[in-house]
Write a protein that binds this ligand. Structure first.
Ligand SMILES: *Cc1c(COP(=O)(O)O)cnc(C)c1O
Length: 399
C-alpha cells in the first residue's frame, strides 16, 4: 500500500488543490519548488542547526514509570511539550518560514486555534524580522488569552474573526481571503497537514522529524526502533502525521489517532471528523469533514481549541480508509481526567489536545510486554483556566 502523496497531490481519492483562480500562481510556485528547496543541502544545514539550537531538538523520549504501572504496560512519552514555544508547531513554522524566505516573500499570514501555531508563526517571524498577521476566532481569543498575549509581545498582529462559531475553521477562511488579496508578497504558513496540495505533504515532511528521532531513541532505550503502539491526538493531524511518518510502512506498529468527541459522539457538540463526517471539500482539499445533509459544513465543538476543527488532513482520511490507522475518540471529560492523572502521576501538565491521546490508554487492551509511545504534543500552561475549573468541580470537599 502506498501512503505517499501522488504527483497530483492525492492520497487515494483525498487531497488535491481546490483553490480559487487567484491562488493558482502561488500554489503552483510552492508545488514546483518545495521538494527541491527542502532537500537542498543549504536549506537542511540551516534547518537542522535551528531545530537543535532554537527549537531544542531532539525532544526527549521519557519513560513514564508510574503511568506505566497504572496501565500495566510500558509507556513512553515523546516530549514535544518541551520544544520551544511549548508544542510541535514550531517544527513546521520554522521550516515554512525558511522556505518563504527562499521564495522571496516578505509578509507572513497564519491561522490559529489554540494559539500554538500563531505563537510559533509569530516566533519565527520575530527571528526573521518579518511582518506577521495571525487570524484567530473570537471564541478562541477568549479561551486562550495567554497565547494571544505572547503573539502580541512577539510583534504579530492578531486579527479577531467573528464569522461562524468564531473558531479555527473561520480563522482559516479569513487567512485564505487575505492571501487572495495579497498573492505577491505574502506567504501563508498553514499550521497543520490540511489545505491544498502541497501543504499536507510539506507539513508532514517538516513534522516527520518527530518519528525520525523516535526510531533512534527507542533503539537506544529498548534495542528496537519499532514500538507496538503509537498514540497521537488529531485535529488537522500534524503531530500525528509527524510521529506516524517513518512507521507507515511498518505494519506491525499499531498507529492510533484520537479525535475530540467533545460532549460525546451521540451529541452534535463534537469535533470527531472521521467518526461523524463524510468526504467533501474544505479549505482546498478533498477529505472527511463534518457536514449536514446539504453538504454545509457543521460547526464543530471541543473543549480543546486545537482540536476544534470540522475537517482533517487528507492523508488521514486515506490512512483511515485503508485501515492503516485506527481512529478512536475521547470526550472533554475523559481528556480532563487524563490530564489530571498525568499531572499527578508524572509531574507533567499536558496540553488539553495531548490529553485526548492519553485518554486512549484506558481504551486499548495492552499487554505488559508492549511498548507504547504517546506523542505529548504540547504543554498545558495555556489550559490552566480549564484545568482549574475541572479541579474545583471534582475535588470539592464533601459537606
Ligand atoms: C495544534 C495542536 C494540536 C492539534 O493539531 P494537529 O495538527 O492535529 O497536531 C495538538 N496538540 C497541540 C499541543 C497543539 O498545539
Amino acid at each position: 500500500m502506498n501512503y505517499e502523496v501522488s504527483e497530483k497531490g492525492f492520497y487515494g481519492p483525498y487531497g488535491g488543490a481546490y483553490i480559487p483562480e487567484m491562488l493558482v500562481p502561488n500554489i503552483t510556485q510552492l508545488r514546483q519548488s518545495y521538494r527541491k528547496i527542502l532537500e537542498s543541502e543549504e536549506f537542511q544545514r540551516e534547518l537542522q542547526q535551528l531545530l537543535r539550537d532554537f527549537v531544542g531538538r531532539p525532544t526527549p523520549l521519557y519513560y513514564a514509570s508510574r503511568l506505566s504501572e497504572r496501565y500495566g504496560t510500558r509507556i513512553y512519552l515523546k516530549r514535544e511539550d518541551l520544544a520551544h514555544t511549548g508544542s510541535h508547531k514550531l517544527n513546521n513554522a520554522l521550516g515554512q518560514i525558511l522556505l518563504a524566505k527562499r521564495l522571496g516573500k516578505t509578509r507572513i499570514i497564519a491561522e490559529t486555534g489554540a494559539g500554538q501555531h500563531g505563537v510559533a508563526a509569530a516566533t519565527v517571524c520575530a527571528r526573521e524580522g518579518m511582518e506577521c498577521v495571525v487570524y484567530m476566532g473570537e471564541t478562541d481569543i477568549a479561551r486562550q488569552a495567554p497565547n494571544v498575549a505572547r503573539m502580541k509581545m512577539l510583534g504579530a498582529k492578531v486579527v479577531p474573526v467573528t464569522s461562524g462559531n468564531k473558531t479555527l475553521k473561520d480563522a482559516t477562511n479569513e487567512a485564505i481571503r487575505d492571501w487572495i488579496n495579497h498573492p505577491e508578497d505574502t506567504y501563508y504558513i498553514i499550521g497543520s497537514v490540511v489545505g491544498p496540495h502541497p501543504y499536507p505533504d510539506l507539513v508532514a515532511r517538516l513534522q516527520s522529524v518527530i518519528s525520525l528521532e523516535l526510531r533512534e531513541q527507542l533503539r537506544k532505550k529498548t534495542g528496537n526502533t519499532d514500538p507496538d503502539y503509537i498514540l497521537a491526538c488529531v485535529g488537522g493531524g500534524s503531530n500525528a502525521a509527524g510521529i506516524f511518518y517513518h512507521y507507515l510502512g511498518h505494519q506491525a506498529v499499531h498507529l492510533i489517532a484520537i479525535e475530540a468527541a467533545g460532549k460525546g459522539l451521540d451529541t452534535n457538540e463534537t469535533a470527531a471528523t472521521i467518526k461523524k463526517g463524510r468526504p467533501g471539500i474544505i479549505h482546498g482539499s478533498k477529505t472527511y469533514l463534518m457536514q449536514n445533509e446539504d453538504g454545509q459544513i457543521t460547526e464543530p465543538y471541543s473543549i480543546s481549541a486545537g482540536l476544534d476543527y470540522p475537517g482533517i488532513g487528507p492523508m488521514h482520511s486515506w490512512l483511515y480508509e485503508t485501515g492503516r490507522v485506527q481512529f478512536l475518540s475521547a470526550t472533554d471529560t475523559e481528556a480532563l481526567k487524563s490530564a489530571l492523572e498525568l499531572t499527578r502521576l508524572e509531574g507533567i501538565i499536558p496540553a488539553l489536545e495531548s490529553a485526548h491521546a492519553l485518554a486512549a490508554l484506558s481504551m486499548i487492551p495492552f499487554k505488559s510486554s508492549h511498548t507504547v509511545v504517546i506523542n505529548l504534543s504540547g504543554r498545558g500552561d495555556k489550559d490552566l483556566a480549564a484545568y482549574t475549573d475541572y479541579i474545583t468541580e471534582t475535588e470539592k470537599p464533601n459537606q
